[in-house]
Write a protein that binds this ligand. Sequence first.
Ligand code: ZN
Length: 253
Amino acid sequence: MAIQKTEAIVLKNQDIRETSLLVTFFTRNFGKIQGIMKGIRGNRGKINNSLQSFTHSNIVFYERKRGSLHTISQCDLKDFFGNLRKDLKKTAYAYYFSELIQGFLQLHDKNEDIFNLLLNSLIALDEEKIDTEIVARIFELQLLSLSGFKPKIDCCLKCSNKVKDKAFFSFNGGGLLCAGCVLNEREAVTITHDALFFIHLLESKKLSELLHLKIASSLKKELALVLHQFMQVHSGKKFRSLRFIKQIECLKD
Ligand SMILES: [Zn+2]
């Protein structure tokens, strides 16, 4: 049983007994892991802070080779993202990011680029003047790219021609179709050239270079619709936190 140390972000926690928590972490060095933290009676307040969803910590755990459940022996808080937690919409998005990571990655699937994407997206949400939806669209597109589902939007998926006029996005094909090739394609929607431009931009630049972009609200809605549908098709999952985000947005309208 090896002792391991790594940076980690809490994806999910669950009480299993009065004194134990089952925690799913996304770690920098070991990918997604699950572990049990025992003996937290009397210490619950302090430990709970470092084990709450999407906190960033340094953890020490006993690695068990045969089973997937490790024993977490230490969890030292690095960042609680306190600003983000004061804002309901940002908190909902942080839960959504955690849910996406759980849906897209398998246990022990190490991916340091995705770890940095999650960490930097949480740091961005913690900033006061930040457009939450832009952070979310960058997160979604870069997560898709880094997990092998980068949208193919340079030319039509079927005929390989450049699409200059009316363009369509095929969810099953994961990319662009021209008006001639979209016939008989059931899972496709129209997509504007502005949306295609932003998909290309958001997936290809660093998060820090994109955070202060201004995007019209109609375009933000279009990007959100296309990306949410695309992610559900490719992960085979419906994301519960997304339903909650939609409810919050309805309250505002
Ligand atoms: Zn075509």
